[in-house]
Design a protein around this ligand. Structure first.
Ligand SMILES: CC(C)(COP(=O)(O)OP(=O)(O)OC[C@H]1O[C@@H](n2cnc3c(N)ncnc32)[C@H](O)[C@@H]1OP(=O)(O)O)[C@@H](O)C(=O)NCCC(=O)NCCS
Length: 189
């Protein structure tokens, strides 16, 4: 799908951002979007999460092992990674995992300089085409990521009330990102 969006360039040129299923060669771009967007989104003084924590998490982002894992993930039949691309550059992504009982959306990430241009909305529109309307769709969000919570709310997601701290992702500083769950209920017949 192609959408005309104003590009992030300062010269006001218009560029085309295309949403497609990720290809194996997109993995380096995917790692870059995750790393840069995490750095811009998750450091929090309140929760003791610092830039160094995120740098540590992504320090091996371009290692052959990490890229191989990402390639394997992109190839899984029960999952779809959608990428938003400006020419060959990955500027955003989202991962959909189809489970027996529900669909899991592994969040939408758009590069900071490409946010608020409508690209996240376009990714969500494409993601919906892949989702079974009869099944619940869940997304996990950091409890302090108010922009993302609002974004999902305006697209129909509701807070399930579930809260947890993912201990297995304990960061270098010892901090843990507090998480919450949001849901769009499936239309059961
Ligand atoms: C949250 C996120 C996915 C939204 O994607 P996005 O591309 O920035 O979102 P969009 O531009 O499609 O829409 C965001 C809002 O900005 C508005 N907007 C779009 N273009 C705009 C513009 N040129 N100027 C001002 N506002 C604009 C949209 O109307 C929309 O408002 P709405 O929700 O009331 O409809 C993105 O900002 C992001 O990646 N954030 C950081 C990572 C993150 O937190 N991800 C979610 C993890 S759970």
């Amino acid at each position: 799908m192609k959408t005309e969006k104003p590009g992030a360039q300062t010269d006001q040129t218009r560029t085309t951002v295309e949403i497609t299923t990720a290809a194996l060669e997109d993995v380096v771009g995917i790692q870059d979007v995750l790393y840069r967007t995490w750095l811009a989104t998750y450091p929090s003084e309140t929760f003791g999460i610092n830039v160094d924590d995120i740098e540590e998490m992504y320090k091996d982002r371009n290692s052959e092992e990490t890229l191989a894992k990402r390639r394997e993930q992109v190839s899984r039949p029960q999952e779809t990674t959608l990428v938003a691309k400006e020419k060959d550059k990955v500027v955003g992504l989202c991962r959909i995992i189809k489970r027996e009982d529900k669909s899991v959306m592994e969040a939408i990430y758009i590069l900071p300089e490409y946010q608020r241009l409508g690209i996240g909305s376009s990714v969500w529109r494409e993601a919906q085409k892949l989702l079974d309307p009869k099944k619940d769709v869940v997304v996990q969000v950091a409890t302090y990521n108010t922009d993302a919570i609002e974004f999902y709310k305006r697209r129909g997601f509701r807070d399930t009330g579930k809260r947890w701290a993912e201990k297995k992702f304990r960061l270098k500083s010892g901090a843990v990102i507090p998480a919450m769950e949001m849901i769009i209920k499936g239309k059961k017949e």
